[in-house]
Design a protein around this ligand. Structure first.
Ligand SMILES: Cc1ncc(COP(=O)(O)O)c(C=O)c1O
Length: 436
């Protein structure tokens, strides 16, 4: 080629949540049953969509309007519906003009970092949900800048570290919050959010809050939205229907812009995001038409609450099965549907293994783990896959120095839950004992 085509930032793009699937597929081809604990798709895990929701969607499929382009920002009635939903909470008030639809939050995340001046940074949590950290790092042509979520303090953010990193790194122009958090299942306490808003105010930063799991909390927790705490600081909340309905295949999510009228430069940034969408024409029409019909239906709230209760019970069950393993740092979860389980420092080494019955699976796993520089948690994850057929995601691939793995709380079948988490516990015990 005449020039090197690939940008420097491209090497920052990685998504282990899907990468691990390639490995699991190879093992499955060798005849092993796989338990998919890697991906946050409730529908793939058997969450049945109620008939009334399907009826709404199928009647929309008969409506000619569903086949049209829609306005660039999104369907007005839907934006009016979402505006009212936000405004009734009494926090920062918006108008339908402050909402911009995307083809899923994945699309919104890819765009939000793209138009930030190169060299300027958004600091995000670690462990990091890699769609954010990869997109931000690819924009900056550099590794992500992160603040630590602390596994020894309920996964709450280390606010002193956040403050100092913001203070001593003048290139940081924004703070990312994921609330409730993927991958830890932590819900930001109100006072923590208030302190983050105060930091943003002191250093004139914008806030970005990914709230795709906002209405998925359980066991007594409540997630506060950015709108409820932001005051007059500029901010963007990201919301969607992939998890809440759940309808991940709709590819439908939106941004809400807060306080753009008060901050000229931020307003220009929001306009650039709108223009970027205009170039594409618009986002998916049918799911937008479905939002007020589904979320405005009297059956929606009780349906979501019932699902949350079930997730909460699974969270407790997993805690009862893994919470007492002495070599782990385990936290109960209160939101979203993941748990991140960390190995205590020093318990992993490169000699540990699990017995794998099938010689061809064993040979494959041994080849994978023999790669130089293999992360110790990835090594455990590959062995777990080969020995037990359980597919989880290593935490080292979530921009973290910690070593552990992420599981989901989505398995529907009680017996499978017992099997999966007992197997994980046994695997940990066997693995740790093997390397002495
Ligand atoms: C925190 C977070 N944000 C965004 C997304 C992507 O959502 P969407 O399906 O709307 O692209 C996910 C998906 O897992 C997520 O966990």
């Amino acid at each position: 080629m005449r020039h090197k085509i690939l940008s420097e930032g491209a090497k920052e793009l990685s998504y282990e949540i899907r990468e691990i699937v390639k490995k699991a597929d190879k093992i499955q081809q060798l005849g092993k049953k796989i338990y998919w604990e890697n991906i946050g798709d409730p529908v793939q895990k058997g969450n049945e969509i109620p008939l009334w929701m399907r009826e709404i969607v199928s009647s929309l499929a008969m409506d000619e309007k569903s086949y049209r382009y829609c306005p660039t920002k999104g369907i007005l009635e839907t934006r009016q519906f979402l505006t009212a939903l936000n405004n009734e909470k009494g926090g920062v008030q918006i108008t339908p003009e402050d909402i911009l639809f995307f083809n899923g939050l994945g699309d919104a995340i890819a765009k939000v970092y793209q138009f930030i001046n190169t060299g300027l940074r958004v600091i995000g949590p670690s462990p990091a949900y890699s769609t954010h950290s990869s997109a931000e790092a690819a924009h900056a042509h550099s590794e992500p800048i992160t603040y630590r979520l602390d596994p020894d303090n309920h996964w709450y953010p280390d606010l002193d570290e956040l403050y100092n990193k913001v203070k001593y790194n003048p290139n940081i122009i924004g703070i990312l919050i994921i609330n409730p958090d993927n991958p830890t299942g932590m819900v930001y306490p109100l006072e923590t959010l208030q302190r983050i808003v105060a930091i943003a105010k002191e250093f004139k930063l914008m806030l970005i809050s990914d709230e795709i799991y906002l209405n998925i909390t359980y066991n007594g927790a409540k997630a506060y939205s950015l709108a409820e705490v932001i005051g007059d600081v500029p901010g963007i909340a990201m919301k969607g229907i992939s998890k809440e309905l759940p309808w991940p295949g709709s590819r439908c999510g939106w941004m809400e812009f807060y306080n753009r009228d008060k901050h000229k430069d931020f307003n220009k940034f929001c306009s650039a995001l709108e223009n970027a969408k205009m170039i594409e024409v618009c986002s998916t029409t049918l799911p937008q038409l479905a939002i007020p019909k589904i979320m405005g239906d009297a059956r929606f709230k009780p349906y979501r609450e019932a699902l949350n209760t079930i997730i909460g019970k699974r969270s407790k069950k997993i805690a009862s099965m893994l919470g007492q393993v002495p070599e782990l740092r385990f936290n109960e979860t209160y939101g979203a549907f993941y748990n991140t389980i960390i190995f205590k420092d020093g318990v992993l080494n490169a000699k540990q293994k699990l017995h794998i019955e099938d010689p061809s699976v064993r040979a494959m796993v041994e080849e994978w783990v023999s790669q130089p520089g293999m992360d110790l948690d990835k090594r455990f994850v590959y062995y777990l896959l080969g020995a037990k057929g359980i597919c989880v995601v290593p935490i080292s691939s979530f921009c973290s120095d910690l070593r552990g793995f992420r599981v989901t709380l989505l398995e529907q079948d009680e017996q499978n839950i017992e099997f999966i988490f007992n197997s994980i516990r046994e695997a940990i015990q066997e693995y740790l004992a093997s390397g002495n």
